[in-house]
Design a protein around this ligand. Structure first.
Ligand code: LFR
Length: 476
């Protein structure tokens, strides 16, 4: 058999969805059908900002039931989400909803971890850029919950556990915890011991493509079929990179642009030089043991959180396409670029006020209209993207010819064009649903539809023909 249908549960920071992916490798066809979409976001509880994992689980179950009704022959299910966040378990019980990576508690954890293991040493061991919410910092802020727990599962693994009972740690996402060795991709038990994290909390590492088991009988009854769950690149960015239609990864950079802009290269080997550490580049685990050498840029969060604030202030909905069209009319030369990566922009709340504060501190004019604000955000993101592409090329010793932009940001034409202009390289935009496509393709390969040992390049050839990218040529 060279084809069939699978289901992808794809959870983003602002929404989740269940998609059916239909693949025929021999015929060269690939199509996605969205069967469910549901909102996601932080929930404030007495203990801080959390995710509502229980609600996500309920939505996933309902979405899978819709998928089975639409397509009774679904061969498997794959789950992906954002990285680093986790739930603690005692037996089968969840010890509370996972903390959100934008919760402020992580600051305490950073100090505690660095007092024991300095960042230079951490980078040597795990190859990760400094992000204050990396799992190993969050764990240092947990307190006694850690003593009660007997297992820790990252968000997609936690959902797979609810569905099947499997307690595993998918390797691409595990690489974002800071507790996996960059040298060999296994748990760094020495580091766990040093930081006082019980090594038995962490599940067996599995690779994308590994079978995780069938739905528990009670779940199968709700869904209407005993679907098989298969591990995919469960870190959403790992799945997105699978679906970047690069013909030659040695001359292409990618930007997976959604809430975050993940900007970097796919490498065969990690780069953990002093220069890479100083530029804050990460070496996350990719599918097939490849390295996602990239930097986190703040991403469309800057725009969506600003829009949320304006909507809160006025009580009126803002139409994003209209705002972006107006932003396109504002001359680029009339707005100053701000540092999109300034950590003050990380927390939820009044972002326009914080951007204005940044301008005032730097003696630069504050944009005077919402359209000008939106233009400044787009210009500042494009500049940060271009900088990160240049850094990645320099640090990895690559000559780049193209930049691929995938994810929601690939629909933002102004952002794609300005990134091309500022980087001086053509941008190839799309597919918008890269994460779900990567999820689907890793399952399709595990089903054997591509033949044994199909490479990522073979999967990407199919992406490029099913979703021809839109080209943006640099204008200056
Ligand atoms: C993107 C992403 C990034 C990760 C951030 C937090 O959705 O997964 O790769 O750094 O979210 O988990």
């Amino acid at each position: 058999m060279t084809g069939g249908a699978v289901a992808a549960v794809d959870l983003g920071a602002t929404s989740g969805r269940v998609m059916i992916g239909r693949v025929d490798a021999a015929a060269g066809t690939l199509a996605l059908e969205q069967v469910a979409r549901f909102p996601n976001g932080g929930v404030r509880l007495a203990s801080g900002l959390h995710w509502d994992l229980t609600a996500l689980h309920a939505h996933a179950l309902r979405g899978l039931a819709d998928a089975v009704r639409t397509e009774p022959d679904i061969a498997s299910v794959g789950i992906d989400s954002w990285a680093v966040d986790y739930t603690l378990l005692r037996g089968d019980r969840m010890l509370g909803e996972p903390f959100h990576y934008r919760d402020e508690r992580t600051e305490r954890g950073v100090e505690a971890v660095h007092a024991t293991v300095p960042f230079i040493e951490l980078y040597r061991r795990n190859g990760l850029q400094f992000l204050p919410f990396n799992t190993l910092y969050q764990l240092a802020a947990e307190g006694d919950a850690l003593d009660l727990a007997d297992a820790l599962l990252l968000v997609p693994d936690a959902l797979a556990f609810q569905l099947t009972g499997a307690r595993v740690a998918e390797r691409t996402n595990a690489s974002t915890t800071g507790l996996v060795s960059v040298a060999d991709g296994t748990w760094d038990t020495g580091l766990m011991d040093t930081l006082g994290y019980d090594r038995t909390l962490f599940g067996e590492l599995v690779d994308p493509g590994a079978p995780l088991g069938a739905l528990r009988p009670a779940m199968a009854r709700e869904v209407g079929a005993a679907l098989e769950v298969v591990a995919v690149g469960s870190h959403d960015t790992a799945s997105a990179v699978v679906a970047v239609p690069m013909t030659d990864p040695s001359t292409a950079a990618y930007i997976s642009c959604g809430t975050w802009g993940l900007v970097g290269l796919e490498l065969e080997h990690a780069v953990t030089s002093d220069a890479a550490r100083e530029a804050n580049f990460t070496n996350e685990g990719g599918v097939d043991g490849r390295v996602r050498f990239l930097h986190n840029v703040m991403g469309l969060w800057l725009l969506s959180e600003s829009v949320r604030q304006w909507e809160r202030e006025t009580g009126q909905a803002i139409d994003l396409p209209t705002l972006l069209a107006d932003a396109g009319e504002v001359p680029a030369s009339s707005v100053a670029v701000f540092d999109a990566n300034d950590p003050r922009f990380m927390a939820p709340g009044d972002l326009p006020a914080r951007i204005a504060e940044w301008y005032r501190e730097h003696d630069l004019p504050v944009p005077s209209t919402r359209a000008a604000f939106a233009r400044a955000i787009v210009e500042s993101l494009a500049e940060a993207f271009a900088d990160a592409v240049r850094d990645a090329a320099r640090l990895a010793g690559r000559d780049l010819e193209t930049i691929h932009i995938v994810g929601g940001g690939s629909l933002n034409r102004l952002l794609c064009q300005r990134t091309a202009d500022r980087a001086g390289l053509p941008v190839l935009a799309g597919p918008v649903e890269a994460t779900a496509i990567g999820n689907v393709l890793v399952q399709a390969r595990a089903q054997g539809w591509f033949g044994a040992d199909a490479s990522l390049e073979q999967l990407r050839t199919l992406v490029a023909s099913a979703y021809a990218p839109r080209r943006f040529t640099p204008q200056r």
